[in-house]
Design a binder for this molecule. Structure first.
Ligand code: HEM
Length: 527
């Protein structure tokens, strides 16, 4: 930066005019018209009214007036970086996905980490789930693994997502609380939705306040399918394991950090990458077949359950390295659009009802957020492999079909554009589906407490204390005593000491066991 390279002049009113020169570009309007004066509007006389004719002023203000786009309805506050995925162990035996064939091959990646509940301007070290969304620009199109730093989710069915999110976002009448779960509405919803307790245990643990994005795990959460070249299916769960290790802060630190530096996590990621300390995660997969899945006591389609790693070990197959910060936050981190339905050939969905709902939701919300079905034309969203289709027109269309034909089949031969490719194209798993149309929750989704308890007892005593402290603190902010009691009545199903500690901390009598829920089961999946 060389301030002296500008030709600097003072205007009549003492305003500074920095003028273009040999090595300093000429300022232009968005139409490319060179601008002579960017300090003063065009007026009638030096002290007269501003003129409508001043197209430079009007264009500049018009564009500024339209700078904001809607923030994401969830995960509004996020931070992204570029990098690559490198395969270290071929998965040729279970999937035909190109990204998993050749050891050593690198695939460009973009990752966005986020909090879920807070608005775009909220603070980083909130007690919350963290989004861990990975876009992999594979040779066969984009694969988005849109995960979180917690392996399970609050709800079992996507139809409950708007309710769950409404409950955690600020209450509609008062617009607070803004960025934490200390909230009557949130705990009201949770206490009436026992399926959420496994995730609640994770969020109230140290995992809910990570020290930085670099020290978190990531999970695809749902059970997905791998398909090999014969369309044979293997179930798969995806894990990202940080090479940096796993670290959290404690609540007192989080409160102070948020006050002192609301940008703590984004600053940490930017600084690490900018100084060459590139964060790295291993990609792990848990693989199992349908027959094995049948043996679990829980349903592998239930997103409130994880597959215990001692039963299905995590096989490490690659590494993700983040080595480049963005050039422009808005163009890349804000405009990136992840969607669970973006999967290449060789990867497929399971019938997890949450995943099926997500596949609809992301695309729908992104048309609103980014304003046009052509958001795939934005460089951060565009595939880096050849693309050929007949989609056309719409707002901001940049890549319309070339030539005469914009349909197929057609009889224009090779000039008629692309055609389908049964061998290399995406094929869904031909699963057999039977049964009546219904809205009933399956019986196999009904055990809400076994894995909650398993998580709690796997924690060290100090970690267990953090969980009890967090729940007590959060519930102490809840005004209605019946909501507090209802939460404790569920905790009794998980661990009596935990429930008693929380009840004592709140000065509550120990309530009855939560009613209307399934009996507690202590058994775990088969060994
Ligand atoms: C955004 C993860 C469930 C709807 C996100 C993002 C992540 C994420 C990481 C942020 C993406 C980004 O950085 O741009 C998850 C996980 C879920 C889950 C792991 C459960 C396992 C759901 C469900 C729905 C949903 C059930 C709706 C049915 C959305 C929407 C956005 C979003 C609308 C905003 C997308 C945008 O504006 O670009 N989710 N989510 N999510 N999620 Fe989810």
């Amino acid at each position: 930066f060389e301030p002296s390279s500008y030709n600097e002049q003072q205007g009549n009113g003492g305003e500074t005019h920095q003028q273009a020169g040999d090595d300093v570009a000429t300022l232009t309007s968005a139409q490319g018209i060179p601008v002579a004066d960017d300090q003063n509007t065009l007026r009638y006389g030096a002290r007269g009214p501003a003129l409508m004719e001043d197209f430079h002023f009007r264009e500049k203000i018009f564009h500024f007036d339209h700078e904001r786009i809607p923030e994401r309805v969830v995960h509004a506050r996020g931070y992204g970086a570029h990098g690559y995925f490198e395969l270290t162990d071929s998965l040729q035996d279970v999937t035909r996905a190109a990204i998993f064939q050749n050891v050593g091959e690198r695939t460009p990646a973009f990752v966005r980490f986020s909090t879920v509940a807070g608005s775009k301007g909220s603070f980083d070290v909130a007690r919350d789930v963290r989004g861990f969304a990975v876009k992999l620009y594979t040779k066969e199109g984009n694969w988005d693994l849109v995960g979180n730093n917690i392996p399970v989710f609050f709800i079992q069915d996507a139809i409950k997502f708007p309710d769950m999110v409404h409950s955690v976002k600020p209450a509609p009448d008062r617009d607070f609380p803004q960025a934490q779960s200390a909230h009557d509405n949130f705990w009201d919803f949770i206490s009436l939705s026992p399926e959420s307790f496994h995730m609640i245990m994770w969020v109230m643990s140290d995992r809910g306040i990570p020290r930085s994005f670099r020290f978190m795990e990531g999970f695809g959460v749902h059970t997905f399918r791998f398909l090999d070249s014969n369309d044979r299916s293997t179930f798969v769960k995806f894990h990202w394991k940080p090479k940096q290790g796993l670290q959290s802060v404690v609540w007192n630190e989080a409160v102070k950090i948020n006050g002192a530096d609301p940008d703590f996590h984004r600053r940490d990621l930017w600084s690490a990458i900018s100084s060459g300390d590139f964060p790295e995660w291993e990609l792990g997969v848990q693989l199992f077949d349908e027959e094995f899945a049948e043996k679990f006591d829980f349903d592998v389609l239930d997103p409130t359950k994880l597959i215990p790693e001692e039963l299905v070990p995590v096989r490490i197959v690659g590494r993700l390295v983040l080595d480049r910060v963005v050039d422009n936050f808005f163009a890349e981190t804000e405009q990136v659009a992840f969607c669970t339905q973006n999967v290449p050939p060789g990867i497929d969905f399971s019938n997890d009802p949450l995943l099926q709902g997500r596949n609809f939701s992301y695309l729908d919300t992104q048309v609103k957020r980014l304003g046009s079905p052509n958001f795939t034309h934005i460089p951060i969203n565009a595939p880096k492999c050849p693309m050929a289709h007949f989609q056309q027109d719409g707002h901001m269309a940049m890549h319309n079909p070339v030539g005469r034909a914009n349909y197929e089949p057609n009889s224009w031969g090779a000039a008629g554009g692309p055609r389908e490719n049964p061998k290399q194209g995406f094929r869904s798993f031909a699963s057999e589906e039977t049964g009546p149309k219904r809205r009933l929750r399956p019986e196999s989704f009904s055990d809400h407490y076994s894995q909650s308890r398993q998580f709690y007892i796997s924690q060290t005593p100090i970690e267990q204390k953090h969980i009890a402290d967090a729940i007590t603190f959060e519930l102490s902010k809840v005004e209605r005593p019946d909501i507090r009691s209802r939460v404790v009545s569920h905790l009794l199903h998980i661990d009596e000491d935990l429930a008693t500690t929380v009840a004592d901390g709140l000065g509550l009598p120990l309530p009855e066991l939560a009613q209307g829920t399934q009996p507690t089961r202590t058994d775990l999946p088969p060994s």
